[in-house]
Design a binder for this molecule. Structure first.
Ligand code: ADP
Ligand code: ADP
Ligand code: ZN
Ligand code: ZN
Length: 836
């Protein structure tokens, strides 16, 4: 293929200025694999997503809706003079911030629809049963849902044991833990006093009938309440008909729990009462969520729910005989029901072909029923990619965000083949990527740089990969052609060991493993082998429980998805450890109200500096005045967010700048206060680098800024909202927050693929930071695919050999050099190469 920028086969961008882009113009070929490269924060996403995809989307929406047009006026179209030759675009972006909507592998890939059709038309029905329509196989429809559990598969129950965890307590001592805390609970107790129930004997000594009534009755008697009186005084007051403080309504503990769970607006309240509920399997469907008519229909011997719980790889194997017309009883059935056999074969072929693509993308260990919130962002993106391969679109640009994320080097070939499939079908691929193996295979590279933020935003090169070699300003060129390597060192000796034994969860079964302390450990293996299960789930949960740290689940709706079967015993030199710190890529906040300055604690110091200025003292402004999170100095129109949420019909809601403060977040009088000539909004608008100069004389602020620079975030603005930060940026902010504390060498840091979103140059920086943590005696354990990181670690634990049922074993462990020689390890050859 030859490309000439003047030809019509190009997308031409003129004058792009989105975010940090410096009025750039560039021509990018269509019908090709185009990879956007550059260090993190250089502007790759601003060009690929912020400009090209945003413009394609704007054009599309404008063509369908006048309302959307008004909206774009408000939110702002991408900042670019012109784009010519841009086809419609489909983005396969990884989630930034927003949690994934609740769905499953089957629904995301639309395979569930096909499967329902297959069961409806070509399933084996019991003699005499009428056909079940496709909807009848979905637990989310009234036709399909099991009437016992409304399609949930489980029912919630409360029991005496769940609501009264400690029956040796009296009611006054809050034996009924499920009742509300504080006043609400006292109220119930005072009502029981009026009702003549002894609230000062241990719960277990009350008659069973009384206990049952208190916990389970549906009655809601309204009685006079005399708070503060003893039971005896209360009895007398009631006899004398003294006027009570108020009339109280009784509510049994079950009523309180069920009502709060079903109706409370507050997620925290729902979460609190959920602790007293036990989910038990529905007795009608045995957890299979469907009506029995649907469950009676089988295919290859499985009902549809069982089928949805098989790994995709096994599903493909079950389908093969049907595709080949070799299933048992084929000939007899072909004689008796030829139409059914033809339908069966057609649908089996279709399903098998779609599955094939997913298997090639290394996703054969997933099940259709697996819910998407439990998938990694990389897995989800690859599922979407696999689905697109079958959508039969052509003439479209697919814009992708680091599709190699979460992929073992051994799986990258399949990804490239999938991208190639889309290209051959007549589409264009614009891919933001850091993986050198993907970059090498591009038809065209657009290298953005030279550095991040203000120091980036220029096109260093646009052309076929080999031409990049000459570009001396390009960091990408250094790594792509000159094989810049991690500085290797002699592995450090562990200061002790942490032992996990009999680990049983997901695909791990009775696994025993030792993690060295005081060193950097990399846990490797193909996707789905069990790395995250071992490290991010079992190790983290076990250590949290050991340290008595609370497991904070941000999305309570997902709570039930974390598989409960965990058995693990902890042993080893535990005395030397004081706490566990997870440094993950989850957002540092879910609204524009959180940002780097608030998260790192930097803003607290800055607010004090403002409060100490003469004008602030004269006006009696305290440090709180300079917070945008509380009333006082903030702009009340947007409540200090600087943005207002615009709700859209049919579309996800978007944020638009606040019309009152224009994004400043503060009211006008607060902004009159200046520190060294800058107001607080201007300070929040500074990049880390600018602020580093500005706050030179303030040791506390300077120290934080210094650490932020060291983790490579000098280009970020202090007040940049959490919602605009990438996962990699959020992770580095967390790392910086840790590094600025005085390390005492007693922490254990757990990371899951910290190199996602990082250019090889940034990976070097990350390795240095992790090494610093280890140098002060801390322990770092990371799940990792990047062989530079693995080669630079002190110890490697390789899980596998395959994914799902074919994984879950320790294939090799030892120093990087030892693991690089392991026979069965799929990681070994790649590691050996990185070790040189
Ligand atoms: P890359 O994709 O190369 O990592 P980005 O395009 O995400 O880089 O970022 C380029 C610059 O634009 C960075 O300084 C980043 O902080 C900034 N930026 C990114 N998203 C936004 C946004 N929504 N609003 C303002 N600035 C942004
Ligand atoms: P890795 O981190 O090596 O990619 P995982 O630990 O994520 O692998 O997955 C190991 C196996 O456990 C896979 O078969 C995967 O499908 C399964 N698994 C992982 N998380 C969950 C979960 N939350 N629910 C059910 N199965 C899971
Ligand atoms: Zn049921
Ligand atoms: Zn405002």
């Amino acid at each position: 293929m030859t490309f000439s920028p003047e030809s019509s086969g190009f997308v031409q961008v003129r004058g792009a200025r989105e975010h940090n882009l410096k009025d750039i113009s560039v021509s990018i070929p269509r019908d090709a694999l185009v990879v956007f490269t550059g260090v993190s924060g250089s502007g790759k996403s601003s060009l690929a997503f912020g400009t090209l995809y945003a413009e394609a989307q704007r054009r599309y929406l404008e063509s369908v809706s006048p309302y959307a047009r008004r909206l774009f006026h408000q939110v702002g179209a991408p900042n670019v003079d012109a784009i010519h030759g841009l086809p419609p675009a489909v983005a396969l972006q990884q989630q930034r911030g927003a949690p994934t909507a609740r769905s499953s592998v089957g629904s995301v890939t639309t395979l569930s629809n096909l499967l329902r059709m297959l069961y409806s038309r070509a399933g084996e029905y019991p003699e005499g049963q009428e056909i079940v329509y496709a909807e009848g196989f979905s637990p989310n429809t009234p036709e399909g849902a099991c009437p016992g559990c409304h399609g949930l598969g489980h029912v919630y129950e409360v029991t005496e044991a769940s609501m009264v965890p400690d029956p040796s307590l009296t009611i006054r001592e809050r034996a009924v833990a499920a009742w509300p805390q504080a006043w609400g609970g006292q109220n119930q107790r005072d009502i029981l006093v009026t009702l003549g129930i002894d609230v000062d004997v241990p719960w277990r000594d009350l008659p069973q009938s009384t206990r049952d009534w208190i916990l389970f009755t549906d009655e809601q008697p309204v009685v006079p309440v005399y708070p503060g009186l003893t039971p005896e005084e209360t009895r007398q007051a009631a006899e004398r008909k003294l006027s009570p403080s108020y009339m109280g309504t009784f509510s049994s503990a079950r009523r309180h729990v069920m009502h709060t769970f079903a109706h409370s607006e507050s997620a925290a309240m729902r979460r609190r009462v959920q602790r007293y509920m036990i989910a038990t399997q529905c007795l009608v469907c045995h957890g299979k969520r469907l009506r029995h008519e649907a469950l009676a229909v089988t295919f290859a011997g499985y009902d549809i729910t069982e089928f949805s719980r098989l790994p995709l790889k096994q599903v493909a194997e079950l389908l093969r005989p049907y595709v080949e017309g070799k299933e048992r009883g084929h000939t007899q059935r072909a004689d008796r029901h030829p139409e059914q056999v033809i339908a069966q074969r057609r649908m089996a072929e279709d399903l098998a072909a779609r599955l094939e693509v997913l298997l090639n993308l290394g996703l054969g260990y997933l099940q259709l029923e697996r819910s998407t919130p439990t998938l990694s962002p990389g897995e989800l993106q690859r599922l979407r990619l696999g689905t697109q391969l079958y959508s039969n679109l052509f003439g479209v640009v697919y814009v992708l965000d680091e599709p190699s994320a979460g992929l073992h080097p051994a799986d990258t070939e399949a990804l490239l083949a999938a991208l190639d499939g889309l290209k051959v079908a007549g589409n264009s691929l614009f891919v933001v990527e850091h993986d050198l193996n993907v970059i090498r295979r591009a038809d065209w590279l657009v290298d953005v740089g030279p550095a991040a933020g203000e120091q980036g935003g220029e096109i260093l090169y646009s052309g076929p990969p080999k031409g990049l070699r000459k570009v001396t300003t390009s960091q990408t060129a250094r790594y792509l052609f000159r094989e810049e390597r991690a500085e290797l060192h002699e592995p450090r000796a562990p200061s002790g060991w942490l032992e996990l034994s009999r680990v049983t969860r997901n695909n791990l079964s009775k696994l025993s493993v030792r993690f060295p302390l005081g060193v950097l450990t990399a846990v490797t293996g193909v996707s789905g082998s069990g790395k995250s299960t071992l490290v991010s789930q079992v190790l983290v949960d076990t250590l949290m429980a050991h340290f008595g740290q609370k497991v904070i689940s941000e999305d309570e709706e997902d709570a039930e998805d974390t598989s409960p079967v965990t058995v693990a015993q902890l042993g080893g030199n535990l005395a030397s450890l004081a706490r566990l710190v997870r440094v993950d890529q989850k957002p540092i906040g879910r609204t524009p109200r959180s940002n780097m300055a608030t998260y790192t604690g930097l803003l607290d110091h800055v607010r004090k500096l403002f409060a100490a200025t003469p004008l602030a003292k004269k006006r009696k402004y305290s440090a709180g005045r300079f917070s945008f999170n509380v009333k006082g100095g903030r702009c009340e129109h947007c409540q200090g967010e600087g943005w207002v949420m615009v709700e859209l019909l049919f579309l996800p809601s978007v944020y638009a700048p606040c019309p009152v403060c224009h994004g400043a977040r503060y009211d006008a009088t607060t902004l009159e206060v200046e520190y060294q000539g800058k107001n607080i909004a201007e300070v929040l608008g500074m990049t880390v680098d600018t602020a580093w100069d500005f706050f030179r004389d303030d040791p506390l602020v300077f120290r934080t800024l210094n650490t932020l620079r060291e983790v490579g975030l000098s280009y970020l603005r202090l007040g940049q909202p959490a919602t605009e930060l990438s996962g990699g940026e959020a992770q580095r902010i967390k790392l910086a927050t840790e590094l600025q504390r005085n390390g005492r060498g007693t922490s254990i840091y757990v990371l899951d693929e910290p190199t996602t979103g990082l250019h090889p140059a940034d990976v070097q920086l990350l390795i240095r930071q992790l090494t610093r943590l280890v140098d002060t005696g801390n322990t770092v354990i990371t799940v990792e695919h990047d062989m530079q990181v693995v080669a630079s670690s002190d110890w490697v634990i390789d899980i596998g050999p395959g994914a799902g049922d074919e994984g879950g074993q320790i294939v090799a462990q030892g120093t990087p050099r030892e693991v690089a020689q392991a026979r069965r390890s799929r990681t070994a050859p790649y590691l050996a190469q990185a070790l040189g």
